[in-house]
Design a protein around this ligand. Structure first.
Ligand code: GLC
Ligand code: CA
Length: 533
């Protein structure tokens, strides 16, 4: 594949393999299921897929607890199935990005089994073992984001091991040279197989304070939120590792790495990126934004301004860890707001990330506490309902198990699948699916949308977001009405005097209709147009 900068101009679609498509009827999605849906993804118009972890895992955290980095979990298929998926994806010009979870392993990983067996086992220093401050007390005050203390006492050797996530996810000791070497081998192994890139799970957690100092306390409800995470994240050694990772990637053509910047500000995320660092790092501000024109605009302006020079923005509104945007923004089964949100996500500057099902407006499922599967939900329900909501099976059709599987899926299908599904939306030209597809097509054919400058044109009134995307050859105007009432956008003399061609509207408007320097917009309308002159 010779399309340079696919990751800059393209769109990346996240697949949660467990919930995407089940080919063998065991109720769990798998690799052959994904391969079977590549034509769908090509039709939608995505340029890459990122697969949440497919390595063998005891599934305490559904793949994010890895027991072997060099293999495929049999419940997802074989290595041959993976090779076929890769080949079939490439045949359709779809790149494949794997999720590498290198901050911690599963406690069932052979390295950890060795490590915990005795203090002088060669794998002892592969993990973070410490003596307690005094008998019965932890080495320091670090907490686990999944709840409680970050340390587990292991009576066999009388020491504590550290885990940022579940106790079954012990953190690796990246300061130990053999660990670092092994981690780099994992990159090479999958690069040699031909994968196009990686999403690095919580990469800025690899290095903790080497003196194990206590985090300062602050106000908060859960133990984890009552700390300032000064000493358990973002160790300065990480920059060197990021550079090493990049130098490995650069030995192969057009490979990509995006880091999941955990608990970080956008400023910090940007520092990890650049020509000699990662290609991208996530900023979750948009994902965390409420439904407000002002808030969306602030987020994009800040992030866009930071990503200049050798930094390139990426934009994300959904992933497998958060309530879906359709649940956050949608009213009932109405999708009009989602079209506005999508038009924004797909036309601001940067690489958009989509999450499976977002394109048909899937809503979160509601589970009883007894049905929870996610370790966070299990621990905190009903106070916190965990992350299962956004992990329900993909809704392909109206059949009993939504076309995801012929057997009962591992997690509940959303009851709305009888109406909200891919098959129905494909047949309805006004559906959210077609709206995604149409904008993705527009993006593909528009250098301004791919690489042009981002220029806000108004902030008035508050319910309106409007901006230009421009390069030397093309000017695109995007106008989004976040409110339910119709509004007029003041274009100003210069813009009003250009001739505009309507590219797309979420409200079936027939023409642009600029009048006396005003562009009228109906309630919750997303409108994209292009200057003819
Ligand atoms: C990341 C993943 C999340 C996982 C955690 C621990 O935040 O997105 O799903 O639980 O890392 O690996
Ligand atoms: Ca299966």
């Amino acid at each position: 594949m010779s399309d340079s900068h696919w990751w800059r101009n393209g769109v990346i679609y996240q697949i949660y393999p467990r919930s995407f498509a089940d080919s063998n009827g065991d109720g769990i999605g798998d690799l052959n299921g994904i391969t079977g849906k590549l034509d769908y993804l090509a039709e939608l118009g995505v340029d890459a897929i990122w697969l949440s972890p497919i390595n063998p895992s005891p599934d305490v955290d559904f793949g994010y607890d890895v027991a072997d980095y060099y293999a495929v979990d049999p419940k997802y298929g074989s290595m041959a199935d993976f090779d076929r998926l890769l080949e079939e994806a490439h045949r359709r010009n779809i790149h494949v990005i794997l999720d590498l979870v290198l901050n911690h392993t599963s406690d069932q990983h052979e390295w950890f089994i060795q490590s915990r067996s005795s203090k002088d086992n060669p794998y002892r220093s592969w993990y973070i073992w410490r003596d307690g401050r005094k008998p019965g007390s932890t080495p320091n005050n670090w907490a686990s984001i999944f709840g409680g203390r970050g340390w587990v006492f292991d009576s066999r050797t009388g020491q504590w091991y550290y885990h940022m996530f579940a106790p079954q996810q012990p953190d690796l000791n990246w300061r130990h040279e053999p660990v670092r070497k092994e981690m780099m081998n994992i990159f090479k192994f999958w690069l040699d197989k031909g994968v196009d890139g990686f999403r690095l799970d919580v990469f800025n957690e690899y290095f903790k304070d080497d003196q194990f100092r206590d985090n300062p306390w602050k106000l908060g409800i859960r133990r984890f939120d009552r700390q300032q995470h000064v000493y358990d994240a973002d160790g300065p050694e990480m920059m060197g590792v990021v550079e090493e990772i990049r130098s490995i990637l650069d030995r192969y053509p057009e490979r990509y790495a995006v880091g999941e910047t955990y608990l970080a500000t956008p400023e910090r995320a940007v520092e990890y990126t650049g020509d000699s660092r990662l290609h991208a790092a996530f900023d979750f501000s948009l994902l965390q934004s409420k439904w407000s024109a002002q808030s969306f605009m602030q987020v994009v302006q800040r992030w866009d301004a930071m990503n200049i020079g050798d930094h390139w923005p990426n934009n994300v509104m959904n992933n497998h860890d958060n309530p879906r945007s359709a649940t956050r923004f949608g009213r009932g089964e109405d999708d009009e707001r989602l079209k506005v949100a999508t038009a924004f996500l797909l036309t601001i500057r940067g690489t958009p990330f989509l999450y499976q099902g977002e394109e048909i407006g899937m809503r979160d499922i509601h589970l009883k506490c007894s049905e929870m599967q996610d370790p966070v939900g299990k621990k905190y329900c009903p106070a916190h309902r965990g992350r299962d909501g956004c992990r329900s099976p993909m809704q392909w059709d109206a059949s009993e198990f939504s076309g995801f599987s012929r057997a009962k899926p591992w997690i509940k299908v959303h009851p709305n699948h009888v109406l909200r599904n891919v098959e129905n939306q494909k047949q309805d030209a006004q559906s959210l699916f077609h709206f995604y597809k149409d904008i993705l097509r527009l993006r593909k054919n528009s250098p301004a949308l791919q690489e042009g400058m981002f220029q806000p044109i108004t902030f008035e009134p508050k319910r309106l977001v409007a901006y230009l995307r421009q390069n030397e050859t093309e000017t695109i105007l995007v106008a989004l009405n976040f409110g339910r009432r119709k509004v007029r956008l003041a274009l100003g003399y210069e813009l009003a005097n250009r001739e505009w061609e309507l590219l797309l509207s979420s409200q079936q408007r027939a023409e642009v209709g600029v009048k006396d320097q005003w562009l009228p917009l109906s309630g919750e309308e997303a409108c994209i147009m292009k200057a003819r002159n």
